[in-house]
Design a protein around this ligand. Structure first.
Ligand SMILES: [Zn+2]
Length: 360
């Protein structure tokens, strides 16, 4: 239900929000049975909302073993999902859209083909084991763009995926490189949502500028890679060439939505340094339906600003599970000012459900 716009909008909206514990999950007092954590259920204006986390990681060990990729964190494993599902229940996450950070972008063609086949088929099994809790983004070997296009087609048409994950660069190459056009063309043709997750800015690391305290390779290196990738996709004309492409950028799109007006300004202020011109001002690409963003930006003020720059229909919640950046994304959306009930529902799961074909 859409709220009327009144001076009491925020108070009215917040008063309509509540949580109800799941009766099945009520705490047992029996000493023989450990207390069951209650599943947090999100209700907005009397309606139970299905919350969908578009930024959650996992790993397929049999695929990683093909190129001897080490396990980054045991909590990425999916052979026992009880801890993961307990975390989802505690955080009020109904569905995770699983993705795997691309670690295979330097693999040769044969290894990459074998790896992706095992990986995507195993992701299907993960989802089939808990179909009400997990969906997944397919994986693809972008370093072999024609192969990647075939992999996405097989993943969508045969395995049933509705999205595919990519890094923010491919072994040092920009996603805007024309080499990747066959991949983008296939994603556009199939109508899949592309989840873009950065892999850091590895080209900066040998300089030592991201070394030292603060985990800067990740803290700023990850959003910086996303910022660079999105900027090239805009300025190199990739988004113009594939107008039906839909990309969800991790971590709120990195730094770009906070400073996108500078990208508009360079066209005015240094016109001889831009060209061919993108069809629209760069800020328009943030709003016009090709780019989406997750909510991993920590505060209601940051989310309010991201929404001001992109629109409430462009945002989907993300947790980064199992990495402990945040566990409060549902509250973040509920506490962000100025949103209608319908907008909160869209951010919490409605938009992801529509893009990923998840029944609500
Ligand atoms: Zn992540």
């Amino acid at each position: 239900m859409a709220m009327s716009i009144t001076g009491d909008l925020l108070a009215t909206t917040l008063s309509a929000l509540a949580f109800i514990p799941c009766a099945i999950g009520s705490i047992s007092q029996s000493p023989a049975t450990p207390p069951q954590p209650r599943r947090r259920e999100t209700v907005i204006n009397g309606k139970r909302i299905k919350t969908i986390d578009v930024h959650a990681h996992c790993i397929v060990p049999a695929a990683a073993a093909i190129i001897n990729h080490p396990l980054e964190a045991p909590a990425l494993l999916m052979h026992d999902t009880s801890t993961r599902i307990a975390a989802m229940d505690a955080q009020g996450i109904d569905v995770e859209a699983l993705s795997i950070n691309p670690y295979w972008y330097r693999a040769d063609r044969d290894s990459a083909a074998q790896l992706i086949k095992i990986q995507n088929e195993t992701l299907v099994q993960f989802c089939a084991a808990s179909p009400d809790r997990f969906v997944a983004f397919a994986t693809a070997a972008l370093q072999h763009p024609e192969l990647a296009a075939e992999q996405v087609e097989y993943a969508v048409k045969t395995l049933g995926f509705r999205g595919v994950g990519v890094g923010g660069s491919v072994a040092g190459e920009e996603l805007a490189n024309p080499r990747f056009h066959p991949f983008w063309a296939k994603c556009e043709e199939l109508g899949v949502l592309v989840f873009m997750h950065p892999l850091g800015t590895r080209e900066l690391e040998p300089s030592g500028r991201l070394a030292g305290s603060g985990l800067l390779t990740n803290t700023i290196g990850n959003p910086l890679e996303t910022t660079i990738a999105l900027s090239h996709l805009i300025f190199e004309g990739t988004l113009d060439r594939f107008p039906g492409l839909k990309i969800c950028a991790a971590h709120g799109g990195g730094f770009l939505p906070s400073y996108a007006n500078r990208s508009d300004a360079v066209i005015r202020c240094f016109p001889d340094r831009v060209g061919p011109l993108p069809k629209k001002n760069p800020t328009s690409y943030l709003r016009d339906g090709q780019l989406y963003f997750d909510t991993i930006i920590f505060t209601p003020e940051a989310l309010r600003h991201l929404i001001a720059e992109t629109g409430p229909d462009r945002i989907m919640i993300g947790t980064d599970y199992p990495f402990p950046w945040t566990s409060t994304e549902v509250d973040l959306v509920l506490n962000t000012p100025g949103l209608t009930d319908d907008q909160r529902i869209a951010i919490l799961g409605g938009t992801a459900a529509r893009l990923l074909g998840i029944p609500t």
